[in-house]
Ligand binder design. Structure first.
Ligand code: BGC
Length: 746
């Protein structure tokens, strides 16, 4: 009897659980909850406040470890019904402190009459970087260089796990902005300039963060696609300044990655803080509602970026006051406001609704979307978490995954006379401003917003210098900084030490930054670094240039002085080890540039530029970058052969099968990113010289050959026509893999 009832109970529980996890079941729960809510409760759900508003202070100074000022928290939840909290408000906190704070927050939320848990969101960018000791992977731009979405997915899974370990169910990641404006201080937060690469990486990362179930388990989090859309192309290159992007280009280049990630189930979207074509995106109904919610059928919610609704009147001057700004943004399609520090949004929105300026239907839609995500991250079932569930936080396995990823990102751009790898026993001078600082490995969003504390917080990790000492033996390695970013510090000392060395490892680049503080007026690498390089070159000792930087700073004055160039982007906490092991040949570099590396500060092109921008028609200053998109060498050599197409004609309904043999013709094992480009030879909208339409990453032992296969269909050849429709036009196409080409027609 007992046995039977247990079975029946089990069945009932199973079916209830299943019922709760289907989309329809969640809709029903949302509808039911919404029907019980007052206007004030609804507006509260649409409000997101920064934890900074509730931090305990003594004499105006925030306590560290952070503590919650419970009176202020109670006011937020009881009086203003706040439904979401974000951020860290200063230094990263321990996992335990995060868990405690989330417990306190949920305790207050669950005391409310409807018991709706708070949705906590955090910038867990390529790792749960606001929690101390959480693994910090390479930044997105470096991950893109791996051309390996499976690795990025694994990194996202670990990020999700370690974020949940802090009881946080929502990360403001991935950035799906297209990284094609090299001055922009957030280009390193992107997957680079190519829409296809960005799409493939973004999709993999959303899957890694969210898992494959509608309701995430305790190891996954909701993703937030940002910054929808067109944020990354400011004309001036400065953050949050105007962009002019015609809708055809928006749809051709900027939209596809967001569209694919929405299709992959991304639960939330954060909105572009800037303006496009004279309209701030926070006030752009066409982009937020027509395209995102109607056309792409996005079912999640759109959160504003930091203070951006208020900025509609404070900065953009399109609204006369906060009330008008709030109505404008909510009517355009924003569902949640990252206010972030006061309750002006709550008051303004309630007034707007009462005055009929925002319809109740819009409020209900926004709140339903937010509640749905709360159900979908399992918050109602488990608003906090169980600390014991996360034994792998900062584990050897997670750190190894970080190393393995960084090892596939590092990109070898030059290696004259096979100077690399360096033999053991060589006397090495390590110099330059990026050589002995974790800031130039991690960049921004590293325990703090600007990453300025990396040297303090990542003490246990190796800088480039420390790792080179470990790998080559401290007795073989000498060091002097030589130059800081803004001034030379020890050029003479560097020169005299170089005289005693066999080789100079010159580490140049940038320190950490993001957003506005990262704005620059000159893409050239700083003069002090050029001065150091020139002085060292005069010694006649070979120079290996290691770049550690968030954006492609112009190095045309330095590159000719170097025998080898190794690009490390912002490679993360394992960056030092990976650079040293790549110098020593323990890692064979296989990264490829995810952007075009410019040669001149005023000549910025993408690889998918137009024919009129080539040397063919612009003989003097046509496309001539320092290194092209996709550049990347190896310590071995690869030969491409047997490019075969299943047909010379692609039909509207069929697919074209393409195969190519790749052979490792060198002496060491290596990985190769095989890139497939297609050129549309004639089209009604000027075609790009070439577009990436497929890629695959393979490993080959010396002498080994693998056949790589691709299939393309007409949709892979499509473009946005002048009617803003995706179209494919018949005609001739050229396909290129490695140094092989083949034409086919449609
Ligand atoms: C950034 C976002 C970030 C948000 C919350 C903003 O300033 O633009 O990328 O997610 O702050 O920290």
């Amino acid at each position: 009897m007992k046995k039977i009832s247990t079975v029946i109970l089990g069945l009932v529980m199973c079916s209830t659980l299943k019922a709760q996890t289907t989309s329809d079941a969640i809709d029903a729960r949302v509808k039911d909850l919404l029907s019980k809510m007052t206007l004030e409760e609804k507006v509260g759900q649409m409000t997101q406040i920064s934890i900074e508003a509730f931090q305990k202070k003594i004499d105006g100074k925030v306590l560290d470890p952070h503590q919650i000022d419970e009176a202020k928290l109670a006011e937020a939840i009881q009086k203003y019904k706040v439904g979401s909290i974000l951020n860290v408000g200063g230094n990263a906190q321990t996992q335990q402190n995060w868990q405690n704070r989330i417990r306190i927050i949920q305790k207050y939320a669950l005391k409310e009459r409807l018991k709706i848990p708070v949705l906590y969101g955090v910038d867990a960018i390529r790792g749960n970087n606001y929690t101390r000791d959480a693994v910090m992977f390479p930044q997105e731009i470096a991950q893109a260089a791996s051309f390996n979405p499976a690795l990025a997915k694994r990194g996202a899974e670990i990020t999700a796990y370690e974020t949940r370990a802090s009881f946080t169910p929502w990360t403001f990641s991935p950035v799906l902005d297209l990284g094609r404006q090299p001055l922009w201080p957030r280009i390193w937060e992107t997957y680079g300039e190519d829409p296809y690469l960005c799409t493939m990486m973004g999709k993999a990362v959303v899957e890694g963060l969210q898992g494959d179930k509608l309701v995430t388990d305790k190891y996954h989090v909701a993703a937030c696609l940002k910054h929808y859309m067109g944020y990354s192309m400011p004309l001036s290159g400065h953050d949050r300044t105007p962009a002019w992007i015609p809708e055809r280009e928006l749809r051709e280049y900027f939209l596809p990655a967001f569209a694919a990630a929405v299709k992959a189930g991304a639960k939330t979207v954060m909105v572009n803080s800037a303006e496009i074509n004279g309209t701030p995106v926070h006030a752009n109904k066409h982009i937020l509602t027509d395209i995102l919610k109607d056309e792409l059928q996005f079912k999640g919610f759109a959160v504003s970026d930091w203070q951006d609704i208020e900025y509609l009147f404070q900065r953009h001057h399109v609204a006369k006051d906060n009330k008008e700004a709030v109505a404008m943004a909510i009517n355009a399609g924003i569902d949640m406001s990252m206010v972030p520090l006061d309750y002006t949004f709550v008051e303004a929105l309630i007034a707007d609704v009462k005055e009929g300026k925002v319809p109740m239907s819009r409020i209900d839609d926004a709140v339903s979307r937010i509640l749905r995500v709360k159900y979908e991250v399992g918050l109602f079932e488990n608003p906090t978490g169980n600390a014991k569930d996360y034994p792998l936080f900062n584990s050897p396995a997670h750190n190894k995954a970080n190393y393995d990823m960084a090892a596939e990102c590092i990109t070898l751009l030059k290696n004259n006379g096979a100077i690399l790898p360096l033999a053991q026993g060589k006397k090495i001078l390590v110099t330059g401003p990026t050589a002995n600082t974790m800031r130039s490995l991690n960049g921004g969003w590293s325990r703090t917003w600007q990453g300025e504390t990396s040297d303090e917080f990542e003490k246990g990790k190796n800088t480039i210098l420390e790792a080179i000492q470990n790998t080559f033996g401290a007795a073989n390695v000498d060091y002097t900084e030589g130059a800081a970013f803004e001034k030379t510090t020890a050029v003479d000392e560097a020169v005299s030490k170089a005289a005693k060395a066999d080789v100079i490892v010159l580490c140049l680049g940038e320190t950490s930054y993001t957003e506005n503080p990262g704005n620059i007026d000159d893409l050239n690498i700083s003069p002090s670094q050029i001065e150091l390089a020139k002085a060292l070159a005069k010694t006649g000792k070979p120079i290996v240039l290691v770049l550690a930087e968030g954006r492609p700073r112009i190095v045309s004055a330095v590159e000719p002085l170097a025998s080898a160039v190794l690009h490390s982007y912002f490679l993360g906490n394992e960056g030092g080890n990976v650079i040293a092991n790549a110098l020593a040949g323990k890692i064979n570099p296989s990264g490829r540039l995810p952007y075009t590396y410019p040669r001149y500060a005023n000549s910025l092109h993408n690889y998918y530029h137009k024919y009129t921008e080539t040397k063919l028609y612009d003989e003097v200053a046509g496309f001539n970058p320092q290194w092209e998109f996709g550049s990347g060498l190896s310590y071995t050599t690869f030969k491409y052969s047997n490019l075969k197409l299943s047909s010379k004609t692609l039909t509207a309904t069929g697919g074209l099968n393409i195969s190519v043999d790749v052979t490792n013709t060198g002496k060491v094992a290596g990985k190769e990113a095989v890139l497939l480009y297609v050129s549309d030879l004639v089209a009604s909208v000027t075609p790009e010289v070439k577009r990436l339409r497929g890629f695959d990453k393979i490993s080959l032992n010396p002498g080994e050959t693998k056949t790589v296969q691709f299939t393309i269909s007409t949709s892979d050849l499509s473009f946005i026509n002048t009617e803003l429709k995706r179209a494919t036009e018949p005609g001739e196409f050229k396909l290129q893999i490695g140094d092989l080409t083949e034409n086919f027609s449609l």
